[in-house]
Ligand binder design. Structure first.
Ligand code: C5P
Length: 248
């Protein structure tokens, strides 16, 4: 996997649909513009592994975003099955599952991969980008979101995880604490002043594509600003152009 060979490789489009037919039709429309498609719990719950197979058949790489959070043995099994599906380049767990769980997931992702060959990368979700300071405190996590996220990112790295899902606000601090090789994937991305795209929806910690790349994100995840755009291709293209301009 190369992370900045082409600007479009930094854009991950979230296929947040209930219907697989709709998701595949949409994916075909923008496939040449995006680096990866994200299949999350919405599509996977309704269509199952068939969703991964059909999107992979388009030749696309896949981020299977199922955010596992369970006991280590169960998570290890789920990660193993996820990584074995065609086209799956990224899988993830919740960092709040703890060190033993993340370590088991990291071992599972490497299991059965021949020496030297590329393997699926494992990410840990730090704190959901839909949560603001109040929501974070409400579930018993003290301190500012940035500190929380940073501590979870360091814990994930220590457990052998390849990178994190975090908001743009925390990306810079994670990059300097965890180094260049540690992957940073940022959702909650909203293009500036673009009608529907400018809406925050249920996201609390948002930023523009430019801010995300400047903060050190390897990948940005975008859903609704592209999915609900009158012209999804144009919306995706604009984000790809913004990434390219930022990378110079
Ligand atoms: O529509 P929107 O651009 O807000 O979609 C963001 C996507 O990223 C959704 O599929 C959501 O599940 C996912 N995500 C997130 N925050 C995280 C991890 C994943 O928004 N921390």
């Amino acid at each position: 996997m190369t992370f900045d060979a082409h600007p479009r490789s930094s854009l991950i489009v979230a296929l947040d649909f209930d219907s697989l037919a709709t998701a595949v039709k949409f994916a075909k429309q923008v496939a040449d513009l995006v680096g990866m498609f994200k299949i999350g719990s919405q599509l996977f719950t309704s269509a199952g592994p068939e969703a991964v197979r059909q999107v992979a058949q388009l030749g696309a790489d896949i981020f299977l975003d199922l955010k596992f959070h369970d006991i280590p043995n169960t998570v290890a099994g789920a990660v193993l099955s996820s990584a074995a599906m065609p086209g799956v380049q990224l899988v993830n767990v919740h960092a709040l599952g703890g060190t033993a769980m993340m370590r088991a997931a990291a071992q599972a992702v490497s299991a059965g991969v021949p020496m030297g060959s590329d393997r699926t990368r494992l990410l840990a979700v730090t704190v959901l980008t839909s949560m603001d300071q109040r929501a974070i405190r409400e579930v018993g996590l003290g301190g500012p979101p940035k500190l929380r996220v940073l501590k979870l990112a360091k814990l994930a790295q220590k457990a052998g995880v390849d990178g994190v899902v975090a908001s743009v606000q925390e990306a810079k601090a994670i990059r300097s604490a965890c180094g260049r090789e540690f992957l940073i994937v940022t959702p909650g991305v909203r293009p500036k002043d673009k009608g529907v795209g400018a809406k925050k929806d249920d996201q609390a910690r948002t930023a523009t594509p430019r801010e995300a790349i400047r903060a050190g994100a390897d990948f940005i995840v975008v859903g609704r600003p592209i999915l609900t755009a009158a012209d999804p291709r144009a919306a995706a293209q604009e984000i790809v152009d913004e990434i390219a301009a930022t990378k110079g």
